[in-house]
Design a protein around this ligand. Structure first.
Ligand SMILES: [Cu+2]
Length: 332
């Protein structure tokens, strides 16, 4: 207990910035958080009431002595029933209906996606085992796991699934939205402040479900426009002999049977689009940082980081591996 108490400030500090529904950063999450606090307050009042009545009944019965007079109806039995029906049935019904109406008519409404016709931008996210494909309809930009949006701009987020049911959830920005095979669901994506918001698949979807996270970056509008223009361009050509060799390894080897790099002949869709992989901060759905060493280790042994993921270990090493890393690092 002491250890828990001592650790509490650190645990709570950990909650503050990431994946905390109670640290809302959009009007949707603020509505969800205040609904939570109202319900929480109501629940505590209800609990206090029940415990109070229990204590009251206990004191009264012990004063009278239980079982001393069992014959005939006890005084106060009728009021007992009135209290039971009133507090036990009618009151909960009223409270539940109120909560239902408030959450359904007001809170859920604010979380819904703006109509496609009334919003400037739609972003399409497709859940895969175990990563997120991100598309910007109307542009060529395709990326993975790291979603950029302009700050304080309502975005229509459409979600689909390539395989099983996943659930897209960025707690500081909005509620969960399931990605279902054969169906498109939508929600609004909106951030009050510039920053990075972590999200997570919220529906168990297989072995690496826990390694299926994503980041939403809310950028100032002009930085976002620049980012989107960069992401829409085809891949940069390799600039060194080593990177050129890496491009050839990529195209001739197995990599191009699963990955696309726009501007080259690689156009497969099994794994993430790597056209601008160098512009991401993480790899493997926020599992490892996007640095030279971790990229190299991922290519050699992605199964070490995410056992069971769809990318096989390909027994690469030496100059082939060096070339691939140099080439992919250059894809900004
Ligand atoms: Cu999932």
């Amino acid at each position: 207990m002491g250890v828990l108490l001592a650790a509490a400030p650190f645990l709570l500090a950990g909650c503050r910035r990431t994946q905390n529904t109670l640290a809302p950063e959009s009007h949707q999450s603020k509505d969800i958080a205040s609904l939570f606090w109202w319900m929480m307050g109501g629940a505590w009042i209800g609990l206090a009431l029940v415990v109070g009545l229990l204590l009251f009944a206990w004191k009264r019965s012990s004063r009278r002595g239980i079982g001393r007079d069992t014959a005939g109806p006890k005084p106060g039995e009728r009021t007992g029933w009135i209290v039971v029906v009133g507090l036990g049935i009618v009151l909960p019904l009223i409270l539940l209906c109120t909560v239902f109406v408030i959450s359904d008519l007001f809170v859920i409404k604010t979380t819904e996606a703006p109509a496609a016709s009334s919003t400037k931008r739609t972003i399409l996210v497709i859940g895969h085992q175990w990563w997120w494909e991100v598309r910007y309809p109307g542009t060529n930009a395709v990326t993975a796991n790291e979603i950029h949006i302009p700050v304080r701009t309502p975005i229509r987020l459409e979600v689909r699934s390539a395989d099983v049911i996943h659930s897209f959830w960025v707690p500081q920005l909005n509620r969960k939205i399931d990605t279902l095979p054969g169906r498109t669901n939508s929600i609004e994506l909106y951030a009050d402040a510039v920053g990075r918001y972590r999200g997570q698949c919220a529906e168990f979807c297989g072995l690496q479900h826990a390694h299926m996270a994503m980041y939403v970056f809310a950028d100032p509008p002009d930085r976002f426009r620049q980012w989107l223009a960069d992401e829409s361009r085809p891949a940069a050509a390799p600039t060194s002999a080593l990177a050129r060799a890496g491009l050839h390894t990529f195209l001739d080897g197995a990599c191009s049977s699963c990955h696309a790099i726009r501007g080259t002949s690689a156009n497969a869709k099994v794994g993430p689009d790597l056209t601008h992989v160098g512009s991401r901060t993480t790899l493997g759905a926020v599992t490892i940082p996007n640095e030279r060493e971790s990229l190299s280790r991922w290519i050699v042994d992605s199964q070490h980081f995410k056992p069971g993921n769809e990318m096989p270990n390909l027994n690469l090493g030496g100059s082939e591996l060096e070339g691939l890393v140099a080439y992919l690092r250059g894809l900004k």
